[in-house]
Design a binder for this molecule. Structure first.
Ligand SMILES: NC(=O)c1ccc[n+]([C@@H]2O[C@H](COP(=O)([O-])OP(=O)(O)OC[C@H]3O[C@@H](n4cnc5c(N)ncnc54)[C@H](O)[C@@H]3O)[C@@H](O)[C@H]2O)c1
Length: 340
């Protein structure tokens, strides 16, 4: 199988490494808006670099992996779909609902596959949490607390194209909250803070955000994110039920110090970032994609799942701006408008 990888930045490099060493992937064609970057990676991996996206199609591939900056995703998904090719794309599909709906419509019209890169669905901790909820071990779930704390802000150039903290970062928490609990979100109440480094204000973004979400079975979830957590990279989810309570992301590398005399010691080697923390999950989602391309398993995360997560993020942006609770169902371009 030959796969085209479009975008060879931080995440594209990781995915290209995984695919290059996969025994069912014969070769890769790598391309990037910065051709020197694609060439350097191709050289390191012993793969081929193409001067542009056109060559991916003229030279011929069996599937496409899209890891460009977010604004290019929707158009590239549409192009691959029209070529009848299965696509893996990093989250989110687009920075707005219109682009998201257009890309999904192209995929559905073409009858092709779009697998989205919500890698937490392949993380051992979240998978265990989902099983615990489903097994009934926790009893009736009443509270979920979740967080994504980046150790340091991404490059300023990335921020400007990211869509902001809710669409770029918290979207992972929204997706995994739905996936672990199996519930839909009925309303959100969000706040954001741009106190701290000017880089967030300059990008029209916030550096820290918090959301209170109500699930359709009455469970309450409190979710936070920040771009600058001095102690390290911290991604956690606590689920509390009437019978038991569990936590994802608590291990000997969790960057938090207890002030209790008998508390656990602070981590010697706290997690530094997502590439390290989620390395096994990034690999597993690409291994799954190869199986999806071969028709050996169903798609683990399609475009409609990504749309739901984006609608929650959009609802949060509206809630933050208007300082009120917002139902994701209020967001235009919902199920009815898109697919009705
Ligand atoms: N799943 C995750 O945990 C995760 C983590 C980080 C980033 N991401 C997503 O991955 C995507 C890339 O993020 P990154 O951190 O690798 O960014 P990055 O800035 O490191 O890399 C993006 C690359 O895309 C290239 N590019 C931009 N537009 C292009 C186009 N039209 N055609 C070809 N190449 C183009 C840029 O030159 C750059 O090399 C984003 O959509 C981001 O949301 C996902």
């Amino acid at each position: 199988m030959r796969i085209g990888v479009i975008g060879t930045g931080r995440i594209g490099t990781i995915h290209a490494h995984t695919l290059s060493r996969h025994r069912d992937v014969g070769s890769l064609i790598l391309t990037d808006a910065d051709p020197a970057r694609a060439q350097a990676l191709a050289h390191r991996l012993g793969e081929t670099a193409a001067p542009g996206v056109d060559e991916i199609y003229t030279w011929g591939v069996d599937a496409v992996v899209i890891t460009t900056a977010t604004p290019a995703h929707a158009e590239l998904i549409g192009r691959a779909a029209r070529a009848g090719l299965p696509v893996f794309c990093e989250k989110p599909i687009a920075l707005d609902l219109a682009g998201t709906l257009q890309a999904i419509a192209e995929v559905e019209t073409a009858g092709t596959v779009l697998q989205m890169g919500f890698q937490r669905r392949f993380d051992a901790g979240y998978t265990g949490a989902r099983e615990a909820v489903r097994s009934g071990r926790l009893g009736r779930l009443h509270t979920v607390r979740a967080m994504t704390s980046d150790a340091e802000p991404p490059p300023a150039g990335y921020l400007a194209q990211s869509g902001g903290l809710f669409r770029d970062t918290l979207i992972h928490d929204f997706d995994i909250l739905r996936w672990v609990t199996g519930r839909e979100i009925t309303d959100v109440c969000a706040a954001g803070s741009d106190a701290g480094p000017a880089v967030f204000r300059e990008a029209g973004d916030v550096g820290t955000g918090a959301v209170l979400l109500t699930l359709d079975d009455g469970t309450l979830a409190a979710v936070t994110a920040t771009r600058m957590n001095g102690a390290g990279y911290d991604v956690r989810m606590e689920l509390a039920g009437e019978r038991d309570q569990i936590v994802v992301g608590l291990d000997d590398r969790t960057p938090i110090a207890s002030t209790e005399p008998t508390g656990p010691p602070a981590a010697d080697k706290p997690w530094t970032g997502f590439l390290e923390r989620f390395a096994p999950a990034y690999e597993a989602e690409l291994v799954a994609f190869v199986e999806v391309v071969r028709g050996e398993r169903p798609n683990p995360c399609d475009g409609r799942e990504a749309l739901q997560a984006l609608r929650i993020a959009e609802a949060c942006e509206l809630s933050r701006r208007e300082r009120r609770a917002v139902r994701p169902a209020e967001i235009p371009g919902g199920q009815e408008a898109a697919f009705g």
